[in-house]
Design a protein around this ligand. Structure first.
Ligand code: GDG
Length: 505
């Protein structure tokens, strides 16, 4: 078994299983920003990626072909963490997406807390920590990603005190009063504090985390550092900061400038009937994204005659997501009811008011849609960052287009030249859309140029380099194993500290 100097630990692997045109199982690169973000920093490093391959591994389930050692331009190793259907239900659909996801998004829907789901979360986090402990070479850097794996840093430190451990949370960290709902709040905070650097999308998230650290554990911060007590009176430092994620700006802009995409933009506009104004939404079909908010605002504007249905269309791409979780079925029903009502009331033969696609499209098609859209609608009720807004901006190499953006996204900090709206204020969203639609071309261009320049200079590769740079500079905490037997109120961490240390290299 090889040992690696940079280990990425994420719920999902950078490859996913699919079928080719002959129906054969193949592995292909997963879509999404994290892979593009991390591949450049993994190149040249002795690197590996640890995660779940997205398929249930139960006795009797269809065996998948082994993931090839190398594929395309990949030059890092991949290690799979197997999960059964039952484990995915408890750890992923359950605790991660029915407790943590809604809680961390301002409890837009009510989080549900079940002990057996948290037990599974703890068990699976240990499985990931053990895999990382097994594959990391002595003194190497391990970067743990996102809310599904918040216990991994402390577990991994107890298994491998020699490692430099970083953690990045892709979703918001909630206000302290909300976080305090979580029955296992102490265990989660202690889990994160096992890292040398804990990164958040925004300064607000970092502040919230430092607040709960003080409230729950009585550990004050000095600047952005917390002194964490270890075993035998030892102390180590955990650095907490904001590192706003971004997109592969150069790669996306290059695609946006390709002649194939230019042709596709023309064709899309023609297929939509060459309307004066195309509005666009692109989101996972998730209740945090405010898809219903923008559809309602648009429908009202059509009914009120503030937008002309003969000159305007809205295209909404809604990528299927987490369909085993009840609340996702509910938001799908809500969205589809609005679409069908609006089209029933206002659509004409060959000219619906809303084009709705519940589909995952190739990235090239998304870029063509971004370039075809006069107004991009990004209206989440809460979003850690929101990459769609940044993808739109870097795709607009013509400097045209207008972005209507929710204040409650991390991206709002980076893109203040957008038309910022409060998604809870229906009239405010409508005014934002109208202001963007009526803004003079020069003003739109000025705003877009500034935003594009910002995202071009602050791309995802910079995000990864910045985080890893801070992690590598962080004073060495090596050699101080964390006591893993933390007890939270009513719950005891039963993470084993001994079973796998012999596997560590
Ligand atoms: C989480 C946080 C944070 C969407 N539909 C298709 C497709 N996508 C791609 C987009 C974009 C990505 O998925 C979505 O990223 P977002 O940032 O908008 O939202 P989440 O999925 O909720 O991401 C978020 C992010 O992590 C990164 O830290 O910004 O706050 O919630 O890249 O383009 N891609 C393709 N076809 C689709 O149909 N190819």
């Amino acid at each position: 078994m090889s040992s690696d100097d940079l280990v990425i630990v994420a719920n999902r692997l950078p490859v996913e299983s699919a079928r080719d045109e002959n129906g054969n199982r193949i592995w292909r690169r997963s879509p999404g920003g994290l892979v593009s973000a991390l591949e450049p920093v993994m190149k040249g490093a002795n690197a590996s990626w640890i995660g779940w391959n997205g398929s249930y591994q139960d006795p009797g389930s269809e065996p998948l072909p082994p993931i090839p050692e190398t594929a395309d331009d990949r030059d890092y190793s991949i290690y799979e963490v197997p999960l059964s259907r039952g484990e995915v239900e408890l750890y992923y659909d359950g605790f991660s997406n029915s407790a943590l996801w809604p809680l961390y998004h301002d409890a837009i829907v009510t989080p549900t807390y079940h002990r057996h789901q948290f037990d599974s979360y703890r068990k699976i986090n240990m499985r990931f920590a053990e895999a990382a402990a097994e594959h990391a070479s002595p003194g190497s850097v391990v970067w743990v990603q996102d809310y599904q794996l918040q216990l991994v840093p402390a577990m991994l430190r107890s298994l491998r005190p020699d490692l430099k451990i970083g953690f990045f949370l892709h979703i918001p960290f909630p206000a302290p009063d909300l976080f305090m709902q979580l029955p296992w709040r102490r265990e989660i905070v202690l889990g994160l504090l096992g890292a040398d650097v804990v990164g958040f999308q925004t300064a607000g998230g970092a502040r919230n985390f430092l607040d709960v650290t003080e409230r729950l554990l009585g550990l004050p911060s000095v600047g952005n550092k917390v002194e964490v007590p270890g075993p035998h009176g030892a102390r180590r430092t955990c650095l907490v900061d904001a590192f706003g994620i971004s997109v592969d700006s150069i790669g996306l802009a290059a695609k946006a400038n390709s002649p194939e995409i230019e042709d596709r933009v023309e064709q899309i506009r023609a297929d939509l009937g060459n309307p004066k104004t195309i509005l666009l939404g692109v989101d996972r079909l998730d209740y945090t994204k405010g898809i219903d908010v923008r559809l309602r605002a648009y429908t009202e504007l059509l009914h009120e005659g503030k937008l002309d249905p003969n000159e305007t269309v809205l295209v909404q791409v809604a990528t299927p997501s987490r369909e085993n979780v009840d609340e996702y079925q509910r938001i799908r029903d809500d969205v589809e009811m609005i679409v069908s009502r609006t089209n029933g009331d206002l659509g004409q033969i060959g000219a619906p008011a809303i084009y709705y696609m519940r589909n995952s499209l190739p990235i090239e098609e998304l870029i063509a849609l971004y370039k075809a859209a006069d107004i991009m609608l990004v209206t989440p009720l809460r979003d850690g960052m929101n990459l769609v807004s940044k993808e739109y901006v870097v795709s607009r190499t013509d400097d045209e287009g207008a972005l209507v953006l929710s204040e409650f996204t991390g991206a709002a900090n980076d893109l203040p030249q957008s038309w910022l709206v409060n998604p809870y204020d229906a009239d405010g969203v409508k005014s934002g859309i109208i202001a963007a639609a009526h803004a003079p071309l020069e003003e739109r261009k000025r705003r877009m140029r500034t935003m594009r320049s910002h995202v071009m200079h602050n791309d995802v590769q910079k995000w990864a380099r910045d985080f890893l740079g801070v992690l590598k500079r962080q004073e060495s905490n090596a050699g101080e194993a964390e006591d893993q037997q933390h007890s939270s109120e009513g719950e005891t961490a039963n993470a084993s500290t001994s079973t796998t240390t012999d596997k560590a290299k």
